[in-house]
Design a binder for this molecule. Structure first.
Ligand code: NAI
Ligand code: AKG
Length: 447
């Protein structure tokens, strides 16, 4: 059977076995659409049913999370951890707390994580987890009680050699602190490497907080360099205003670009003088406020409620909010606005129709599994420092991150050339990540 026909039937089976999980289907489709030439080169992968096995998580954990709010009312949420693939190392990937979380989202994120982690070249497998709990509007004590209940069930599946969660949407330093405290309490072990993204006072690593945003911009810097260009004077739009967005904005400004707009789920702010980062950090990291509060301090800026930030003309776009936030219409707006490069800081923020439109218009496009791998790479560096009871300086940690992102860029670029599609970072990332996982799975036998 021709490879593409075989992949089509594997995809049909994945949809059948995982009904109603649209995001997971979308992530699988993108990888299967890329890897046919690698399978043709390596018939041993098909013989060992590597693709079929890679699409099936090794383990899926779903659990009840009961907790009590400040008024004494009991709430029940659902917790998830999908341990997707451990061929390269312990399961590694973040936890997302957001009301939209269900199994299909956790599986898409876990599937992406497998290839992303492989691309870092570090010894980490792929997993992801989370809950449909909404931390928005909850007090610190409510968040703490939720995290304690969540960890009271999850702890038995974790360990520095088994499964190592970190943050994602709705899970930052505050949540990681509560989760770590409860793990330590239940197990009576100070196992620093069981979570990453920890605070610097108890085993966290320099640059982990900044790493995903910085890393995405380092990746964009390499794409620009490959075309003989740089960030100097570039007009940039970043979506979101959370962890990834804030540090992407910081690095763009350090490299000489200007970020004129960013957003949250209520709308976007446009500041032609460049986003004021101290103000944004205060709003989002300290006050946990909505983005419209930005204009109270910067009255020349405008807040545009309920509209897409992609209507703002820019040369470089860094989607850093959530999945499928760039529709086909948004892609058209970006193209009309003169956008030349889209670099995914978020996971799968660009819909398949939008990717097609961008590619047809000659916009260079970097998929999240390559471009946002800096976060998990810095997590692996945090695990390394925890294991050796060491802590590195900010400067050294940033140098390591920069070198890792350059290496990921260069391998995606070279793999795309090797497979006859120069400049196609989607194919480069999918094939390079896939080959690394496939080789390890072959070596381990049928498990
Ligand atoms: N935190 C990390 O280290 C990594 C995160 N990512 C991905 O980056 C993305 C952002 O994650 P974080 O910054 O960590 O989360 P966060 O919770 O710190 O921030 C999320 C931001 O996205 C905004 N947002 C959410 N839904 C939105 C919508 N529909 N429209 C506009 N804005 C929306 C929120 O208002 C918030 O500003 C996610 O896709 C996540 O999976 C990827 C790699 C690592
Ligand atoms: O740092 C980590 O372990 C995970 C980061 C993450 O969730 C991601 O890369 O999407």
């Amino acid at each position: 059977m021709p490879t593409r026909t075989k992949l089509e039937s594997i995809f049909t089976a994945v949809v059948h076995r995982n009904p109603g999980e649209g995001e997971f289907h979308q992530a699988v489709r993108e990888v299967l659409d890329s890897v046919a030439p690698a399978l043709d080169k390596h018939p041993e992968y098909a013989d060992a049913k590597i693709i079929e096995r890679i699409c099936e998580p090794e383990r899926q954990i779903i659990f009840r999370v009961p907790w009590e709010d400040d008024r004494g009312e009991v709430h029940i949420n659902r917790g998830f951890r999908v341990e997707f693939n451990s061929a390269l190392g312990p399961y590694k990937g973040g936890l997302r707390f957001h009301p939209s979380v269900y199994l299909g989202i956790v599986k898409f994120l876990g599937f992406e994580q497998v290839f992303k982690n492989a691309l870092t070249g570090m010894p980490i497998g792929g997993g992801k987890g989370g809950s449909d709990f909404d931390p928005k509007g909850r007090s610190d004590r409510e968040v703490m009680r939720f995290c304690q209940s969540f960890m009271t069930e999850l702890y038995r599946h974790l360990g520095e050699h088994t499964d190592v969660p970190a943050g994602d949407i709705g899970v930052g330093a505050r949540e990681i602190g509560y989760l770590f405290g409860q793990y330590k309490r239940i197990t009576n072990r100070y196992e620093s490497g069981v979570l990453t993204g920890k605070g610097l006072s108890y085993g966290g690593a320099q640059v982990r907080k900044e790493a995903t945003g910085y890393g995405a911009v380092f990746f964009a810097e390499q794409m620009l360099r490959a075309a003989g260009d740089s960030f100097d004077g570039k007009r940039v739009v970043v979506s979101g205003s959370g962890n990834v967005a804030i540090y992407a904005i910081e690095k763009v400004h350090q490299l000489g670009g200007i970020v004129v707009a960013c957003s949250d789920s209520s709308g976007y702010v446009l500041d032609e003088q460049g986003i004021d980062l101290d103000l944004l950090k205060d709003l989002k990291e300290v006050r946990r406020a909505r983005i419209d509060a930005y204009i109270a301090t910067r009255p020349h800026a405008t807040f545009v409620p309920g509209r897409s930030v992609w209507e703002v003309p820019c040369e470089v776009a860094v989607p850093s909010a959530t999945q499928n936030e760039i529709s086909a219409d948004d892609a058209d707006a970006l193209i009309k606005g003169g956008c030349k490069i889209v670099v995914e800081g978020a996971n799968m923020p660009t819909s398949p129709e939008a990717i097609r439109a961008l590619e047809e218009a000659g916009v260079r496009f970097a998929p999240g599994k390559a471009a946002n791998a800096g976060g998990v790479a810095a997590s692996a560096l945090e695990m390394q420092q925890n294991a050796s009871r060491d802590s590195w300086t900010f400067e050294y940690s940033e140098q390591r991150l920069h070198a890792i992102m350059r290496d990921i860029h260069d391998r995606c670029y070279a793999t795309a050339e090797e497979y006859g599609v120069p400049g196609n970072y989607v194919v480069g990332a999918n094939i390079d990540g896939f080959r690394r996982v496939a080789e390890a799975m072959l070596a381990h036998g049928l498990i």
